[in-house]
Ligand binder design. Structure first.
Ligand code: ZN
Length: 287
């Protein structure tokens, strides 16, 4: 299934993309694409519905983040060896973890705002994993049973905040608009092998990232198992699994986002995102 959220920010309704291409409203069945509705039992209930019997949504809609009420937004750093190299870092033995504030989450095609005073706002296309059933210290061979599905994520990053403002990466990862998720949550059954997906990102039509999830250092199954050793993963938690090479930081000289840029990104089978980039309101020239 392709599950989604549509409508105005803060007022999204749950929906489903039917195989015939029509958008169907799920608001008559569940309150949100979130929490218990993402467990195996919750998804099974949705699977038994007849999409053709659900109300059809007509016309243009705004897509919200594909998952609601995200409790934890966990990110993995340096999970593609060639991206670690371009960042001037070595691949660590164990996954590098950091958190992204959930207030950074927005719809897949919403506008990216360059933070106030930022000079180094960068892009990172990533495969996102959405947790279904609660996972607490699960073994790697059991981990996938705890995955509800997958999403496209742009892990937008401010490199100066991340690397030069002391402390943890969280400062450079958590700004408002730095977490587009969607357009859809594609359930696990539709993606038999998450380690064989092409993944790409373009800025103003120029392709900067063009990779495949097969070159991940730590697989989805390993990441879910590993992270669940340190914290309990809850339904609707999101794990962003790291970015392939081609970020602005790795270019010579580095190239960062500027007002007016358009970012487009996608992953095979999971849809695509498109974001326009604008200056922070306090950094715009006076009219
Ligand atoms: Zn990242």
């Amino acid at each position: 299934m392709k599950l989604l959220r549509y409508g105005e920010p803060g007022h999204e309704r749950p929906g489903l993309l039917h195989e015939d291409g029509t958008l169907r409203d799920l608001g008559v069945v569940i309150d949100d694409i979130a929490g218990e509705h993402l467990t195996r039992a919750g998804l099974e209930r949705l699977r038994r519905l007849d999409p053709a019997a659900l109300p059809k949504v007509a016309g243009e809609v705004r897509y919200g983040a594909a998952v609601g009420r995200v409790g934890k937004f966990i990110c993995v750093g340096l999970n593609y060896a060639d991206h670690a190299a371009e960042s001037g870092m070595t691949v660590p033995d164990m996954p590098v973890l950091f958190m992204k504030a959930t207030t950074a989450i927005m719809g897949p095609d919403d506008t990216v705002v360059i933070p106030r005073g930022s000079r180094k706002t960068d892009w990172e296309v990533e495969l996102g994993v959405v947790i279904g059933d609660l996972a607490r210290d699960v073994a790697e061979d059991e981990a996938m049973a705890h995955v509800a599905g997958y999403v496209v994520i742009n892990d937008l990053s401010e490199r100066e905040f991340q690397l030069e403002h002391c402390g943890q990466w969280v400062k450079g990862k958590s700004c408002d608009t730095f977490g587009p998720i969607g357009p859809w949550l594609v359930t696990r059954d539709e993606i038999p092998d998450p380690q064989a997906l092409s993944i790409w990102l373009e800025v103003n039509g120029h392709r900067h990232q063009d990779g495949n999830t097969r070159t991940m250092v730590h697989t989805v199954a390993h990441l879910v198992s590993h992270i669940s050793r340190y914290m309990t993963l809850m339904p609707g938690d999101v794990i962003s699994t790291g970015t392939p090479p081609g970020v602005g930081l790795g270019m010579d000289p580095p190239q960062y986002l500027k007002p007016g840029d358009v970012i487009e990104l996608g992953i095979e089978g999971l849809g695509r995102q498109r974001q326009r980039v604008v200056a922070h309101e306090r950094d715009r020239p006076a009219p």
